[in-house]
Every structure is written in structure tokens, then in C-alpha cells.
Design a protein around this ligand. Structure first.
Ligand SMILES: [Zn+2]
Length: 80
């Protein structure tokens, strides 16, 4: 069961997405039709604020590789 907190926009593609309940209160979790479910740390949001789509997508790829199949990708500042 997924708890939807708010309608928002995906930080990667700026399409409409939803914010869902994070595993830790410091992270934001987005559900995007294009990019799936992923978390972003506060530091990651700060770092990505002025980044374009290619940098975000590269960061998501790195986070996914680190998370593996079983856990949700979490983008941190080091991924940019
Ligand atoms: Zn997206």
C-alpha cells in the first residue's frame, strides 16, 4: 500500500508525478511515470537544483546501480 503525500513534479523530467511516503524523513520519494519510484536525499535535491535532465538521469542510473534489484534507488549529492 502506497501512501501518496502530494501531487508534485518529477525533479528529473518536470512531468506531473506524486510524492510518496519516504523510508526516512530526510528523503523525498517521487513516483514518476517515466522514471519510476526513486528517492532523493536533501543533499541530492540541493545538488540537483540547477542540474539539467541528462545530469539527473545519470545520477538516477548511478543510484539504481548502487541499489540493485531489491531496494529503491536513492539519489544523493555524490551521484551528480
Ligand atoms: Zn520523471
Amino acid at each position: 500500500m502506497t501512501t501518496i503525500l502530494a501531487d508534485t513534479t518529477c525533479p528529473i523530467c518536470r512531468q506531473a508525478s506524486q510524492m510518496i511516503l519516504p523510508s526516512t524523513p530526510e528523503n523525498l520519494v517521487f513516483m514518476c511515470e517515466v522514471h519510476g519510484d526513486f528517492e532523493v536525499t536533501k543533499a541530492g535535491m540541493d545538488r540537483g537544483k540547477h542540474m539539467g535532465v541528462p545530469r539527473w538521469e545519470a545520477a538516477l542510473r548511478r543510484a539504481k546501480a548502487r541499489a540493485g534489484e531489491l531496494s529503491r534507488a536513492c539519489i544523493d549529492a555524490v551521484d551528480f
